[in-house]
Design a protein around this ligand. Sequence first.
Ligand SMILES: Cc1cc2nc3c(=O)[nH]c(=O)nc-3n(C[C@H](O)[C@H](O)[C@H](O)COP(=O)(O)OP(=O)(O)OC[C@H]3O[C@@H](n4cnc5c(N)ncnc54)[C@H](O)[C@@H]3O)c2cc1C
Length: 323
Amino acid sequence: MSDVLIVLVPSSGHASRSELAALGFGLQVAKSLGGACDALLLGSQATAAAEGLKGVGLGTVLTGDHPDLAQPTGEAIAAATVAVAQAKPYRLIAGPASTSARDSLPRVAARLGAPMVSDVLAVRGASAETLSFTKPSFSGNLLADVDLKGPTAVATCRPSSFDAPGAGGSAAVTAAQLPAKLAHPGKKFVELNKTPLSRPELTEADVVVSGGRGTKGDFKLVEDLADLLGAAVGASRAVVDAGWMPNDFQVGQTGKVIAPKLYFAVGLSGAIQHLAGMRNSKTIVAINKDPNAPIFEVADYALVADLFEAVPQLIAAIKQARG
Ligand SMILES: Cc1cc2nc3c(=O)[nH]c(=O)nc-3n(C[C@H](O)[C@H](O)[C@H](O)COP(=O)(O)OP(=O)(O)OC[C@H]3O[C@@H](n4cnc5c(N)ncnc54)[C@H](O)[C@@H]3O)c2cc1C
């Protein structure tokens, strides 16, 4: 048993950057095991998204478009995954560390009696006996090496730590055999409250401009800078707790973990829980009026300034440079 199954619930007809990174993770583990990496795509976009994944080196692409997955709950995703894993045992079942996978994959681990690790950052080794991973601990201040024993293991991976797969092969696309009922009888989907986005999604963006409590709740400058750069907007938890921005925008330990090419930290202090969500960004620019703010310890470019003066100047300078 040396194959890997990556479980995805695509929200559009194309796999997102984090879904592709999870496939990159699965392919890396499968290569170490000498096996294949299959993908299980669930939900109404499964068949459309499967088309784009035929040529990325996967073994088989399984699709599951089931009435109980129209609004996929953790229980329904878990039930579908367990059904697939019972038809063909896998050495590893994994997905990106998304809200959905954090809900469904622990249920899969519990139902299969398998060990689980979350937020994998690196693969240290993979064999029939042991899967060895590195994961963050204490908000990323420590790295823990974790060995999982047993025939099957379950994991989520940090998409920012893995690359999308390259081109290769021609995978077969097959409909997964799923039970007639996937939904839990005690749980009913009521409504999805999703913040409509006019900007890139935080986890997908190359550039992110985040604001903190220093904005005093006025996000206009943060949003103007983001729009100029085609960036996503992020926020610290202090901002979300104050009700200035919805919690989908929160970056950090209890928010989204991202690693864009460029991260602007505007009027936020850089508490360890915030750093846990963005410290792997390629280039970090911090604007803060306190020269001792901890954000400056991780910043590549540090501007000690009042954001209400510095950000308009930055916006004007970018506009001028662009002519
Ligand atoms: C269990 C737990 C989980 C948490 N998870 C998260 C998380 O996921 N994400 C997260 O962000 N936090 C998280 N926190 C909260 C975290 O500890 C901090 O409280 C929070 O990040 C602080 O937000 P902030 O930087 O916006 O505010 P502050 O710490 O108040 O910093 C505001 C900064 O703005 C600067 N400033 C003020 N005015 C100006 C100005 N005019 N111009 C320039 N700079 C200015 C100040 O110098 C200061 O550095 C968590 C905490 C706990 C206990």
